[in-house]
Design a protein around this ligand. Structure first.
Ligand code: F6P
Length: 357
């Protein structure tokens, strides 16, 4: 295989704080090695248009120009979730188009779905490096993903504010955070804010137990108790007729109305006779300015990506994913990073502690 001279880079999946810092890092380190860096727009979608309108999908990234995006919010390269890329013939064409553009290797910043795409491109002869860009921290092989620390800080700031107003009004709070199927953002936010309850998708939960705990906390004078709940936990609730509670409370509820943070707060309000209120933190977690940790991690990851591509890429069929292990940035083959036979560690003891203190 020829030595890499031109690298492509894309961001894919949900945007995450730190993605831009990783682009800056790759651009600067690439320049030092004499590589040219091409930015591909809107994730793998940008690869699909390379043969028709390359000018809309690809841009030369001048290291001096991109320096300005170091702490920019969102992702400069734009992002997307690209379903057609699941099809082998679409990927084969993308690899062909990359070669036609003289792009010999790719740096992909994204989560597990993006990594699967990158691994497939490796098999088609395009060496790929993955940088874990997702706020969810749901990748087993790494202690941190780009944007996770920022998302936690956004949630902590929000919960602190919510707890202040909750205290003023003697109102318990239900606060929903993101994380997809991983409860890390919820757990970290709960620990850092002293929240009295947490619900995560890793654990089954019982709404009546939550209501009992809230009643207990209120009886002890804690009238502003906070429940931090991760999104996508609803299917982990033990069967309980919460609609009946709402209907008996005099509120309108339909059989197909799903449980959500607002309805959970209403059920808790009715069961514990308090003014529980709900807040969904939402996309503010993704659109925040990266913390120093995320920016620095992005920079180190970008440097490692370029270092790997400047070595021998002839044995790159498995590509490499960059992550953090024992606090240090390291790389491991995609196959190992994506191996879901080894579940991600979840600290059940800490979970029980938060819910019982
Ligand atoms: O993966 C990042 C994430 O923000 C998840 O936490 C969340 O479930 C999902 O993306 C939301 O995706 P969308 O941008 O499609 O609403």
């Amino acid at each position: 295989m020829d030595k890499v001279k031109r690298i492509g880079m894309l961001t894919s999946g949900g945007d995450s704080p730190g993605m831009n810092a990783a682009v800056v890092s790759v651009a600067r380190c690439a320049m030092r090695k004499g590589f040219q860096l091409m930015g591909i727009k809107r994730g793998y979608n940008g690869l699909l248009g390379l043969s028709e309108n390359p000018e809309d999908d690809i841009e030369y990234l001048d290291p001096e120009t991109v320096l300005d995006i170091m702490d920019m919010r969102g992702t400069y390269l734009r992002t997307a979730r690209c379903l057609p890329f699941l099809q082998p013939e679409v990927r084969a064409k993308a690899a062909e188009d990359l070669r036609r553009q003289g792009i010999q290797a790719l740096v992909v910043i994204g989560g597990d779905g993006s990594y699967h795409g990158a691994l497939e491109l490796c098999k088609l002869g395009i060496p790929c490096i993955g940088i874990p860009g997702t706020i969810d921290n749901d990748l087993r092989y790494t202690e941190a993903t780009l944007g996770y620390d920022t998302a936690v800080n956004v949630c902590v700031e929000a919960v602190r504010s919510i707890r202040a107003t909750s205290r003023s009004h003697d109102r318990p709070a239900v606060v929903q955070v993101m994380g997809r199927n991983c409860g890390d953002i919820a757990m970290r936010t709960a620990i850092a804010t002293g929240a009295e309850m947490v619900i995560v998708p890793e654990m089954e939960w019982d709404l009546e137990e939550v209501a009992d705990r809230l009643k207990f906390l209120i009886s002890k004078g804690n009238t502003r108790a906070t429940l931090v709940i991760s999104e996508h936990c609803w299917h982990k609730m033990k069967p309980f007729d919460w609609r009946k509670v709402i209907a008996e409370g005099g509120f309108i509820i339909h059989d197909d109305d799903p449980l959500n943070a607002e309805r959970l707060a209403l059920v808790l309000k009715l069961l514990s006779h308090t003014e529980a209120r709900a807040t969904v933190i939402g996309y503010t977690q993704r659109g925040a300015i990266p913390t120093a940790y995320d920016s620095a991690f992005a920079f180190e990851a970008g440097r490692m990506a370029v270092d790997l591509l400047s070595g021998d890429t002839s044995s790159f069929e498995d590509g490499f994913a960059i992550g953090v292990r024992d606090g240090r940035v390291y790389s491991t083959p995609f196959a190992e990073a994506l191996d879901d036979t080894k579940p991600k560690f979840f600290d059940k003891d800490l979970y029980r502690l938060i819910n019982s203190l």
